[in-house]
Ligand binder design. Structure first.
Ligand SMILES: [Cu+2]
Length: 145
C-alpha cells in the first residue's frame, strides 16, 4: 500500500535526523573532537600613569607584578577564556608574553589610550606578560586546562 510506504519513509527520515542531530550535539560528528569551549572574558586594565617606573627600578630588572601597572596583575582562568587588555592610561602600552616564560606567545603591539586588545588562551600554563615599552610592568596569568 502506497500510504504505508510513505509513513515508513517519514519515520525513517525522522529517526535518521534525530540520530545525526544527537551525534552532532554530543560532539561525535562534526570535524572530530569537541568544538572550542566558549569561555568568559576577563578584563585587565593598564592604569592611568602606570608607565611611570618606581624610583628603585632599573632597566633589566624583572617586571614588577603589581596592580599599580596591570590591574589585576594576577589572574587565573581556563583554556578557552579571553583576556581583554584595556589601556586606560594616557600613553601607549603593549601586552606581550615574556620570552621563555609563557607556553604560547602573543604580542599586542602598541595599544593606544582608550583602545583594547583581546587574546583567547588555547594552551594551559603560566603566562608572564609585560609591556615592551615600559618593562617594569608585569602580570602573571595562570591558565588551567
Ligand atoms: Cu607600557
Amino acid at each position: 500500500m502506497a500510504s504505508r510506504t510513505v509513513v515508513v519513509a517519514v519515520v525513517v527520515v525522522v529517526v535518521v535526523v534525530a540520530v545525526v542531530g544527537a551525534l552532532f550535539a554530543t560532539g561525535m560528528l562534526g570535524g572530530g573532537g569537541q568544538p572550542p569551549r566558549q569561555g568568559k572574558v576577563v578584563r585587565i586594565v593598564s592604569n592611568k600613569d602606570s608607565y611611570i617606573p618606581p624610583e628603585n627600578w632599573k632597566p633589566g630588572d624583572p617586571p614588577i607584578i603589581s596592580d599599580r601597572y596591570f590591574s589585576p596583575s594576577r589572574v587565573t582562568l581556563n583554556v578557552g577564556d579571553t583576556v581583554e587588555y584595556v589601556n586606560e592610561d594616557t600613553t601607549p602600552h603593549t601586552f606581550t608574553t615574556m620570552k621563555g616564560k609563557a607556553p604560547a606567545s602573543f604580542d599586542s603591539g602598541p595599544v593606544e589610550p582608550g583602545k583594547s586588545f583581546r587574546y583567547t588562551f588555547r594552551t594551559a600554563g603560566e603566562y608572564n606578560v609585560y609591556c615592551t615599552l615600559h618593562p617594569h610592568k608585569g602580570a602573571v596569568i595562570n591558565v588551567l586546562p
